[in-house]
Write a protein that binds this ligand. Structure first.
Ligand code: ASP
Length: 310
């Protein structure tokens, strides 16, 4: 097999405002994730493996709204969603509303590899994961005191599960994680993992783990991961919309900005997006005050909590 491409990895650690006292943790977290994914790519590994490793690192990091440390839903439980997708075959694996998995992205990967199906939810997803060698945990193992306090506060304020517009407590908070990668074989992949939104209704699934909404990958177009208020992104099928624009010839950075502009102008939505095509061109945009990101290319690495591209 020829190794022809220079690998590229781009990760995000969520949009929203990211309060000042959480900025360092977010930057450190995305940097660690990028390092983990980059190690895979440097050794000639696949984009799919790099995405899985980068996301697992952020799920293990309490800083993010993914894995342990996620927001609590209206029942006071952590309920997680994740999707991973491979751009040469369009194979994908997703899990939704899982409560007993530390790393939903690893379960999603098992679905991609070992199932004729694409998406499992709830208990069936957990059973599938366990049958494929992933140990289950207790939901309490995923709950942080920090999140219990935040959740009780949200309940007191009668915070709406789905506010009509971007407003309110979650903006001042942490967020979903995602990664896109190009490997030396010329293949791209994408993944997204989330605890969803604060005090969300039990059973609610957002954009993150739905194909074409919060995540998409096709070698012919782009690998995409989004973050932000999920419902508007789902209505716009935003990741696929963006990938299609790249396939039609637009540059990923231009498309990233156009996607966020569309989200805002059409539905007053807010969030962020990362994009990567199989030529290694990247795009990154957000209309929230901050978004944590990091990228790696041979001889080049960068990270931040605000778009470097304005
Ligand atoms: N998009 C996620 C959701 O709506 C949340 C986020 O990215 O902040 O579940």
């Amino acid at each position: 097999m020829t190794l022809s491409k220079q690998p590229v990895l781009l990760v995000h650690g969520g949009a929203w405002a990211i309060p000042y006292d959480a900025v360092d943790a977010h930057q450190h977290g995305v940097r660690k994730a990028a390092e983990a994914g980059w190690r895979v790519l440097e050794q000639g590994g696949t984009a799919l493996d790099a995405v899985e490793e980068a996301i697992a690192v952020m799920e293990d990091d309490d800083t993010f709204d993914a894995g342990r440390g996620s927001f609590l839903n209206e029942d006071g439980k952590v309920q997680l969603d994740a999707l991973i997708m491979e751009g040469s075959t369009l194979q994908a694996g997703g899990v939704g509303c899982v409560e007993r998995l530390r790393n939903p992205i690893r379960a999603a990967r098992k679905v991609l590899n070992d199932s004729p199906h694409i998406y499992f939810v709830g208990e069936g997803a957990e059973r599938f994961a366990e049958e494929h060698g992933i140990a289950l945990c207790a939901n309490e193992d995923l709950i942080l005191e920090r999140e219990l306090v935040r959740w009780k506060d949200a309940k007191k304020q009668k915070f709406l599960t789905v506010p009509p517009e971007f407003a309110g407590p979650p903006m001042d908070s942490h967020d979903t994680v995602g990664a896109v990668a190009l490997d030396a074989h010329g293949n791209i992949s994408a993944g997204t993992s989330t605890g969803g939104t604060l005090n969300k209704a039990a059973g609610r699934i957002g954009d993150s783990s739905l194909i074409g909404c919060g995540c998409y990958a096709d070698n012919l177009s782009a690998a995409v991961s989004t973050t932000g208020w999920g419902e508007p992104m789902m209505k716009l099928v935003l990741s696929k919309w963006a990938a299609d624009r790249v396939e039609m010839g637009e540059a990923p950075q231009q498309v990233a900005q156009a996607a966020i502009d569309r989200l805002q102008s059409r539905l007053k939505g807010h969030g962020g997006i990362i994009l990567l095509d199989s030529q290694g061109r990247i795009g990154l945009a957000h209309n929230t005050p901050r978004m944590a990101w990091a990228w790696r290319r041979p001889g080049e690495n960068a990270d931040g909590v605000q778009s470097p591209r304005g």
